[in-house]
Design a protein around this ligand. Structure first.
Ligand code: ATP
Length: 917
């Protein structure tokens, strides 16, 4: 049984002041980690490595928060006035409606939150632990004290860890210490009384590795960690407000002010011209206010966006922030990494080039099956020392493993390294004689990796380097010859080889080495000099077929796609041609109208660096392929594009990509390949690392935005029509066609039934054939406002006609009012079918298909309205009355009329080229 020996729950007292071995001993662990069985038992004892969730606010508080709304205040004041007037039934109904409104809000908020919660769970971090002597990836929540874990740049630290080894390890600990400069870490013990910020031999849960790599043993998990002690998980309050909801919120306030002014005007006219009693005026004003305020709007937008987030997650795009959904819909440029996003990231070494020959490699994938041949002859061991030196280097300077399982060979580690591991295995290269002394991990900023390896038996220590050929070449003085000797390096020859391999779309890596002093124990960047170049390896990484289609689709949708890669310009060009970013003759496939003919086709990182921001802005829109870039170039590219008012989505995976992702309008992180640091900075995480998913997410973003607009276009005329009815009645001194409670009824039933239906609309055909929307344009342009006014007038007029015709001809006032309410309900229902297609004609059978929720909503509306008309208790509550048949068919016929007139309006808009879009 493990017992904590010190606050805040560490199982080893002041682990930072002890040696690594002492800590391992104290935790009953060893350098090889725990056995899976022990880990499981410990997990049962100490619990999962999670911080307790903060308590949710109690239900009553959440309910109350839904009453904190201007409209609800209006309702409560209205109820108070009714009470003063002694109209107790109205008082009760208004209160009831306020409660129902709050309940609807609460339920919708709950659904939005649970959608977002579920999505957060999809992003639960992982950890690399050593179990039964082998490295495996587990859920970070399953890490237990005593586990040996490994971290590298970009990883989140899964628990509190006492370091055992570290290589250039720097950790960003601001979550814990507030210090934003990364702290350097190494395993040397520090003073037992050192403060958290000075415990350089410890890694703390919740912090992020900024650079380097390290291994350590877990000393505390879950609430027992330092971060657990200071907070039980900062309640990461999900921001439900987005620019769109705020825009609509402001719009709502403007409407509210307008209502106030009109309400006063109405009361003045009612009093002076028609001599209405205070009682009647009050009733009319209450009715008008209740009718005109679009109270359901912000909630409707939030729920539509949240549902969209859920629907996007089903398509592998996990949205971390709600506003990203609407931004996605306006993306005009996508900047994408190449490797793994546009390509399959299933790498196979195809060819090896040495100073004096070529070795062809057979086979595909990570299975070490397939031979190496020189001039069609099988490679014979011992006959090609230069090739063997290259294979040794590629095998030793390598962290990947390929493992055989029931379903074939699979890779543990990075694909580039996996391809090189498989290559070495195919050649039968063994590494068992060697022991790794130190490592300089691969970093995409320097583009190489180095290891210091020792063969104790032969008493040799060698520095092995592999990396991007141009970088490695700079570090070489000699090259290996076929007989195992050295000669001066022929840079021109190698650069030509790199170009040649790159032109076939191969990813090229170089291998180099140098003997090192026997007592060397570490590597610094400065040690990488005077190397001997062993040769090059060309690796294929085929494009994803779906990426080719997705790029074509983006081009159709007016979205520019830019490939930003660390690979060589030749490789980038060849892949860009295969992907359809460049034409077969190497010209950009998709260009802006005002194209700069002098802009280069491919811009390299070095060329970019030589440019001023001004110069970069001049060419950035016309260059679609960026090669040999470092992560810091991405941020300049994004800024230059944004200067052209482009809405930019940018992908990233490495720790250094985080700033560019933050700068982009939509930061997109890779879910599989991406580091924790990148995911933290991203708005969207791709569960499958696939470019096609970004394209689909943009399409979803457009659909969701369309649906929000449809919902707004649908909802506002409800208020418009009702307000108009009351306004006309008062201004002309007519009998009130609607009682305030009846207005509330119609608002309530449209809120609970019809308004949500449009959130489930599928994408309209051609959604990806139109250019991106202007991100700055208001959701309600002139055409949209005209449509709202037209429909308000139509439904309002129909309601007035129904009421006065029926009252004067066939019905009592109560019955006529009831029929007026039915008219409003049916008018809205008919208009819902208009709204399904923004511009396209709804006079087609399509309007009846493709949205089940719409039919459920429509059915519920009719049932509720039938209850309103026939249930005696409703007669008491809402002053409704049972009506003869004409109380149904007249509104129905008029509703069909409304539908047809709106369609005619849409047709005129189509002819004139005006759309509410
Ligand atoms: P993208 O940005 O398109 O994903 P990338 O992943 O190819 O590009 P980097 O990972 O920065 O970009 O790689 C750049 C270059 O560094 C590669 O072309 C290759 O030559 C070299 N390289 C890649 N991985 C390794 C590695 N593990 N060890 C050594 N060198 C590597």
């Amino acid at each position: 049984m493990l017992t904590p020996v010190e606050s805040p729950g560490h199982l080893v007292r002041a682990a930072w002041s002890l040696s690594g071995d002492e800590v391992l001993d104290a935790l009953g662990s060893g350098a090889d980690g725990l056995s899976a069985a022990t880990a499981e038992q410990r997990l049962a004892e100490v619990g999962r490595n999670e911080l307790p969730l903060p308590p949710r606010p109690p239900l009553w508080r959440r309910v109350l928060s839904h009453f904190q709304d201007v409209l609800v205040y209006v309702l409560l004041v209205a109820a108070g006035l009714k009470a003063i007037l002694g109209e107790w039934i109205d008082f009760a109904v208004i209160l009831l409606v306020a409660v129902v409104n709050a309940a609807v809000g609460l339920i919708q908020e709950g659904r939005a939150e649970s959608a977002l919660d579920g999505i957060r769970k999809m992003l639960s971090p992982g950890a690399e632990v050593r179990r039964d002597g082998a490295w495996t990836k587990v859920d970070a929540a399953a890490v237990v004290p005593g586990d040996v874990v490994r971290v590298r740049a970009g990883d989140g630290v899964p628990a509190d860890v006492r370091l055992l080894t570290a290589s250039n390890l720097r950790v960003e600990e601001s979550a814990l210490t507030g210090e934003s400069v990364p702290s350097t870490k190494d395993p040397a013990p520090v003073d037992a009384v050192a403060g958290v910020g000075d415990r350089s031999s410890m890694l703390f849960s919740g912090t992020i590795v900024a650079a380097g790599s390290g291994e350590g043993v877990v000393v505390a998990t879950g609430a027992a960690t330092e971060i657990g002690a200071i907070q039980s998980l900062v309640a990461e309050a999900e921001e439900l407000a987005t620019p769109l909801t705020r825009q609509l919120g402001r719009f709502g306030t403007q409407i509210a002010l307008l209502i106030l002014v009109m309400g006063v005007l109405m009361a003045v006219i009612g009093h002076t011209v028609h001599h209405l009693s205070v009682d009647d005026l009050l009733s009319a004003s209450i009715g008008f206010a209740v009718a005109a305020v679009p109270e359901g709007l912000p909630a409707l937008v939030t729920i539509t966006l949240a549902l969209g987030v859920q629907q996007m997650a089903d398509r592998n795009a996990i949205t971390r922030r709600l506003p990203a959904v609407e931004t996605l819909g306006s993306v005009s440029t996508i900047c994408s990494d190449k490797t793994g996003t546009l390509t399959k990231n299933e790498m196979t070494a195809r060819t090896v080039r040495t100073a004096h020959g070529t070795v062809e490699v057979a086979g595909a994938g990570y299975a070490p099956e397939g031979g190496l041949t020189v001039a069609s002859q099988e490679l014979v061991a011992g006959e090609h020392p230069d090739v063997e030196a290259l294979l040794d280097t590629m095998a030793l300077c390598n962290d990947a493993q390929v493992v055989r399982s029931a379903d074939g060979w699979s890779l543990v580690g990075e694909p580039t390294e996996g391809a090189l591991r498989t290559l070495a295995l195919k050649a039968g290269t063994g590494t068992s004689a060697w022991r790794r002394v130190a490592v300089l991990p691969f970093d995409s900023a320097v583009k190489y990796m180095a290891t210091l390896d020792r063969d104790d038996e032969r008493a040799v220590t060698v520095l092995h380097v592999k990396g991007a050929p141009d970088r490695v070449l700079e570090l070489c003085r000699t090259q290996a010859t076929p007989d195992g000797a050295s000669e001066p390096v022929d840079t021109g020859f190698w650069l030509a080889q790199v170009d040649e391999l790159g032109s076939h779309g191969l990813r090229v890596l170089a291998a180099a080495r140098r003997s090192a002093p026997a007592d060397a124990v570490s590597i610094e960047d400065d040690d990488l000099r005077d190397l001997e170049l062993c040769g090059l390896v060309g690796i294929v990484d085929p494009p994803r077929p779906e990426a080719i289609d997705a790029i074509a689709e983006c081009h159709r949708a007016g979205i520019t796609v830019k490939m930003i890669t660390g690979d060589h310009a030749g490789t980038a060009t060849a892949i860009a041609q295969e992907l359809g970013l460049l034409t077969p003759d190497g010209r950009p496939a998709h260009r802006t109208a005002d194209v700069d003919r002098d802009a280069p086709v491919v811009l390299t990182g070095a060329e970019l660096e030589a440019m001023s921001n001004e110069q970069l802005r001049g060419v950035v829109r016309d260059v679609d392929v960026y090669a040999r870039t470092s992560p810091e170039h991405k941020i300049r590219i994004v800024s230059a594009l944004q200067a052209h008012r482009q809405v930019v989505a940018m992908t990233g995976d490495g720790v250094n990509d985080a700033p560019a992702l933050t700068q982009a309008d939509v930061g997109v992180a890779m879910g599989i390949k991406g580091t924790e640091a990148t995911k933290e900075a991203a708005d969207v995480v791709l569960a499958d690392d696939n470019f096609a998913t970004i394209e689909r997410a943009v399409e979803e973003g457009r659909r969701i935005y369309d649906n929000v607009r449809k919902s707004v276009l649908f909802l506002l005329p409800t208020n418009g029509a009702q307000a108009l009815v009351i306004l006309v009645a008062v201004l002309f001194g007519l009998t009130m066609p609607l009682e305030p409670v009846q207005v509330l009824w119609i608002n309530m039933i449209t809120a609970v039934t019809l308004s949500l239906a449009l959130a489930y609309e599928k994408a309209e055909p051609g959604i990806m054939d139109r250019p991106p929307r202007d991100a700055d344009a208001s959701i309600l342009g002139g055409a949209a406002l005209r449509r709202i006014l037209l429909v308000s007038a139509l439904i309002g007029a129909a309601t007035l006609v129904v009421f006065f015709v029926e009252r004067d001809g066939h019905m009592t006032v109560d019955q006529a009012q009831t029929t007026a309410v039915t008219m409003l309900a049916f008018g809205q229902l008919a208009y819902l079918f208009n709204c399904r297609f923004t511009d396209r004609s709804s006079l087609s059978l399509d309007v009846l298909r493709g949205n089940r929720v719409l039919w459920i909503s429509a059915g519920s509306l009719v049932v509720l309205q039938a209850v309103f008309v026939y249930a005696p208790f409703m007669h008491t509550l809402f002053g409704s009355a049972a009506v003869p048949w004409r109380g149904w068919w007249v509104p129905l016929v008029l509703a069909v009329g409304v539908f047809l007139v709106v369609e005619a309006g849409k047709a005129v808009g189509r002819v004139r080229g005006r759309s509410p879009r």
